[in-house]
Design a protein around this ligand. Structure first.
Ligand code: SAH
Ligand code: SF4
Ligand code: F3S
Length: 436
């Protein structure tokens, strides 16, 4: 009988997309999906370590599988992703019931490692450099209309707080033609929306072509028939050039949304983070985007409590939040990550101060988001319907081109279709509308 697998995914879109590759690979090897963890013969954890909280959650959940493993001796527990890359064999010291540990560049080895584990071997494989076969994965895409396309992996920025370059390796752009080929194939299969993925999409091409080719890639993908929407994450403010703003303005499929993490508003903090821009240059960029693409939605990531952040630095962050008029912001409390420069800094901030700043930031941003959303009431927008609302089966949920979630009454047959919706009500994180 075919063995069944279940995948638990933490972390960012890259990890979610990697899980689709893991699923594709396991299905191609004859494994079948399990209904849930209890039904599985193999449980794969695809993990994140960007903040301590993400790691703690993993250790809690994997730890709790110990009793399941005692009952079901044949169960194989595999841990991959960023925590696996960071911890390697250490992980099996902390969690001895884990059978397989595989790094972020070792997805291709997973079926092999599982075979070894079946013979009661405990295995760990962590590569430092990506393998070529990463290019030819079968991908089990979760959605049939919207999907991710990876354009680069890794990161060369080494922002002083961030673990990503250590666990994902150096930046590697995929060849231009490979990406075009993949998107053409997706268009043939009926996909309407693609989201281009990279830790820093704007630096796409630098490593293999010696120049930035992201704007050119957007223009090329815009020509592919069948694709209706093109999105991308994340953008680094330092590499966001004018050509990309023009692509947003001129290419009808490139959606009017930029996720532009600022992290902090104070020049001192930005410098200590190694971000390569200032408050002023960031605000100028935002202004330029709004000037050329007035309907553009800008969202961001912001962190509070970076080592040495003074009250006046934090007030700079609040000031940018007010000036930049972010549609939304993902807000985080700085979490020291072992091995990064910032974790070694002596001037760490107390939890109490971090929490206070976090709450104040959230309050300002929530007010801003609501104000921003209220300004859309009465507008008619294009929505790609994603599914039924979790709260009410008669309500459909989808996204506008500007990536806002909107709920409205409608038939399930509209799922995966583009429809027109009139915005009737606004909340901080979502909109309510009516089908036109
Ligand atoms: N490559 C993306 C971000 C990847 S991590 C970029 O540069 O935009 C996603 C977000 O997690 C970051 O934008 C940052 O706000 C947050 N983050 C990263 N390291 C963190 C840390 N040590 N503590 C708290 N938040 C962190
Ligand atoms: Fe981390 Fe900075 Fe790279 Fe983003 S750009 S992944 S924050 S090092
Ligand atoms: Fe987390 Fe790794 Fe993504 S650390 S945010 S899953 S790149």
């Amino acid at each position: 009988m075919n063995k069944k697998f279940f995948i638990v995914t933490y972390g960012c879109q890259m990890n979610k997309h990697d899980s689709e590759k893991i699923a594709g690979l396991l299905l191609s090897c004859g494994y079948k999906w399990a209904k849930d963890i209890n039904d599985a013969d193999i449980v794969v954890f695809n993990t994140c370590c960007v903040r301590k909280s993400a790691e703690d959650r993993l250790f809690g959940v994997v730890g709790s599988l110990k009793s399941l493993k005692e009952k079901k001796k044949e169960l194989i527990i595999a841990v991959g992703g960023c925590v696996a890359q960071k911890e390697g064999v250490n992980l099996q010291k902390i969690l001895p019931h884990v059978d397989v540990v595989f790094g972020t560049h070792n997805i291709a080895s997973l079926p092999n490692l599982i075979e070894k584990a079946k013979n009661k071997k405990v295995v760990c494989e962590i590569l430092r450099a990506p393998r070529d076969e990463l290019k030819i994965f079968p991908i089990e895409r979760k959605n049939l209309v919207r999907t991710w396309v990876s354009i680069s992996t890794g990161c060369n920025n080494f922002c002083s707080y961030c673990i990503v370059p250590y666990v994902r390796g150096r930046e590697m752009s995929r060849p231009f033609e490979d990406i075009v080929f993949e998107v053409e194939k997706l268009a043939d299969e009926g996909f309407l929306e693609i989201t281009l993925l990279g830790q820093n999409v704007n630096s796409y091409g630098r490593d293999i072509y010696n120049k930035l080719r992201f704007a050119e890639l957007l223009k090329r993908l815009n020509k592919i028939e069948g694709i209706k929407r093109i999105r991308f994450i994340s953008s680094h403010p330092r590499d966001f050039n004018n050509d990309v703003i023009l692509a947003l303005a001129e290419r009808e499929k490139v959606c009017e949304h930029v996720h532009l993490p600022i992290q902090a508003g104070s020049d001192n903090v930005l410098k200590a983070m190694g971000r390569g821009y200032t408050k002023e240059s960031y605000l100028n960029l935002v202004e330029e985007i709004y000037e050329i693409v007035p309907s553009c939605s800008i969202t961001t990531d912001i962190m509070v409590g970076f080592p040495g952040e003074k009250e006046e630095d934090f007030l700079d962050t609040l000031d940018v939040v007010k000036q930049a008029k972010f549609d939304n912001a993902f807000t985080f409390i700085y979490s020291p990550r072992e091995g990064t420069k910032a974790a070694e800094m002596k001037n760490q901030i107390t939890d109490e101060v971090k929490m206070d700043r976090f709450n104040r930031l959230l309050e300002v941003q929530n007010r801003n988001s609501l104000k921003c959303n209220l300004s859309f009431v009465g507008d008619e927008v294009e929505v790609l319907v994603e599914g039924l609302s979790k709260k009410n089966g008669d309500v459909l949920t989808g996204r506008t081109r500007t990536n806002k979630v909107i709920n409205f009454l409608g038939r399930p047959s509209l799922i995966n279709k583009l429809v027109r919706v009139k915005i009737k009500e606004a909340r901080s994180w979502s909109l309510k509308g009516e089908l036109v």
